[in-house]
Write a protein that binds this ligand. Structure first.
Ligand SMILES: CC(=O)N[C@H]1[C@@H](OP(=O)(O)OP(=O)(O)OC[C@H]2O[C@@H](n3ccc(=O)[nH]c3=O)[C@H](O)[C@@H]2O)O[C@H](CO)[C@@H](O)[C@@H]1O
Length: 366
C-alpha cells in the first residue's frame, strides 16, 4: 500500500495526518508513506520527528481579496502544482489524503487529475478554503462535525469520522491523572488552555480573575503557551496565586491534565474539542477572535447548542464574567453532570479507525 498524506501550516492540520499515517502503519506495517508539505510550515519539523519522510512543494496563501499578492500567489500555485505532479508520478501512490492547509490544495488536486483515489479530512465545523475548493475533485470528504455537512456541495461524498486524537486519552484513569498532578485535596480543578500556542486574552483574563477574587473554592491550572509565559507570570505575584493556583508554559501530558480536571476553560480549536468530548469533560469555550473566517466560533457554537459547553466570546470576556461562569458550573452538580453527559455524547473515540475504513473501501472500489 502506497500513501501520500498532505496537510500543513499549523499543528491542527498536521497531527490528524500523523494519526492517520499511524493507523495505516498499524494495519499495514509494510505500507509506504510519504508526506508532502512546505518547507516553511510546522510540518517540516513535526513530520520527520514522527518518523515519516516529507517532500516539499511551493505554495503561498491567498488573501481573501483581489490583490497583487494573489497574482504572485497564483504563479506560485502553478509551480506547486507542477512540483506536486512530479512527486506523485514518481511515488505512484494508491491513495492521496489531504488534511487541510493551503499545501494540500495542489497535491490533492493533481492526484485527482491523475486518476488517483483521494480523501480530504476537515477538522472544523466551518471548513477551510482549501477543502471547500477541493470538494468537487475528491472521492471522499471525512468530517469531524456533522454540522460541517451544510458547507460542502458534494453531499454523496460526506462521512462523519471525527478528529483523530492521541490514544493516551483513552488509557488514563482520573485517579492516575490526579496522582500524576499531585492533587491531594478535593478542590475542583479548572484547567485553562488557549490551544497549542496559548491565548493572550484568556491568560490576561485569568490573571485579572485571580487578582480580583483570589478564588478559594477551586484550583486553577493556567497553561499560557510557551511564547506568552514570561509576560503572563510578570503580571502576577505570590499572593494572587495563594490556594495553589498554578501557571505553566506548556503541558506535554495533556491526557493526564485533562483527565485530572473537573472543568476546562479553553479556546475552541477542533482538536481540543475532540479531546474534551472524548473524555466527556464540561467546558467553557472562548473562541479565539481573528482566526481564519472566524472558524473557532462555529466550533464553539456547535458545542454550546448541545449543552456540552458554555460559550463566551473574547469581546465579552473579563475576570468577573469568567469567575461567575466557573462558579455557576462548579456550584451546581446537576449542571456539571448534564454538561459532562452532553460532552461525552459528542465524543468520537474511534476517528482514526473510521477514516481508515473509508480509505480501505475506496481502495477496494474499482
Ligand atoms: C489559532 C488557530 O487558528 N488554531 C487552529 C489550529 O489549532 P491549534 O493547534 O491552535 O489548536 P487545537 O485546539 O485544535 O489543538 C491544540 C492541541 O495542542 C495540544 N496542547 C495544547 C496546549 C498544551 O499545553 N499542550 C498540548 O499538548 C492539545 O492537547 C491539542 O492536541 O488548528 C485547528 C484544527 O484545524 C483549528 O480548529 C484551530 O482553530
Amino acid at each position: 500500500m502506497r500513501v501520500i498524506l498532505s496537510g500543513g501550516g499549523t499543528g491542527g492540520h498536521i497531527y490528524p495526518a500523523i494519526s492517520i499515517a499511524n493507523k495505516i502503519k498499524e494495519k499495514h506495517p509494510n505500507a509506504e508513506i510519504l508526506f508532502i508539505g512546505t518547507e516553511k510550515g510546522m510540518e517540516s519539523d513535526i513530520v520527520p520527528k514522527a518518523g515519516y519522510s516529507i517532500k516539499f512543494v511551493t505554495v503561498s496563501y491567498l488573501k481573501r481579496k483581489i490583490s497583487l499578492h494573489n497574482i504572485k500567489s497564483a504563479g506560485m500555485l502553478f509551480k506547486g502544482i507542477l512540483e506536486a505532479r512530479k512527486i506523485i508520478k514518481d511515488f505512484r501512490p494508491d491513495i492521496v489524503i489531504g488534511t487541510g492547509g493551503f499545501v494540500c490544495g495542489p497535491v490533492v488536486y493533481m492526484a485527482s487529475k491523475l486518476g488517483i483515489k483521494t480523501i480530504i479530512h476537515e477538522q472544523n465545523v466551518f471548513p477551510g478554503l482549501t477543502n471547500r475548493i477541493l470538494d468537487k475533485y475528491v472521492d471522499k470528504i471525512a468530517l469531524s462535525f456533522k454540522e460541517a455537512e451544510k458547507y460542502f456541495k458534494s453531499k454523496n461524498k460526506l462521512v462523519v469520522t471525527g478528529n483523530p486524537i492521541r490514544g493516551e486519552f483513552f488509557n488514563v484513569t482520573e485517579e492516575e491523572a490526579k496522582e500524576k498532578y499531585g492533587i491531594k485535596s478535593n478542590l475542583p480543578i479548572v484547567l485553562v488552555v488557549g490551544g497549542s500556542g496559548g491565548a493572550l486574552k484568556i491568560n490576561n483574563t485569568v490573571v485579572e480573575m485571580l487578582k480580583l477574587y483570589k478564588p478559594k473554592n477551586f484550583k486553577i491550572i493556567l497553561v499560557t503557551g510557551k511564547r506568552l509565559y514570561k509576560n503572563t507570570t510578570e503580571n502576577i505575584n505570590k499572593e494572587d496565586l495563594a490556594n495553589n493556583h498554578e501557571i505553566l508554559p506548556y503541558i506535554n501530558d495533556m491526557p493526564y491534565a485533562l483527565k485530572a480536571c473537573d472543568l476546562i476553560v479553553c479556546s475552541a480549536g477542533a482538536i481540543t474539542i475532540a479531546e474534551v468530548t472524548a473524555v466527556g469533560k464540561s467546558a467553557i469555550l472562548i473562541p479565539k477572535a481573528h482566526t481564519a473566517e472566524n472558524h473557532q466560533e462555529y466550533n464553539a457554537n456547535a458545542m454550546g447548542s448541545k449543552g456540552a459547553a458554555v460559550v463566551i466570546r473574547e469581546d465579552e470576556l473579563n475576570g468577573e464574567v469568567l469567575n461567575r461562569q466557573i462558579g455557576k458550573i462548579l456550584n451546581n452538580k446537576d449542571t456539571l453532570k448534564s454538561m459532562e453527559a452532553a460532552s461525552r455524547k459528542e465524543g468520537i473515540t474511534d476517528a482514526a479507525d473510521r477514516i481508515y475504513k473509508e480509505i480501505e473501501s475506496l481502495l477496494n472500489k474499482h
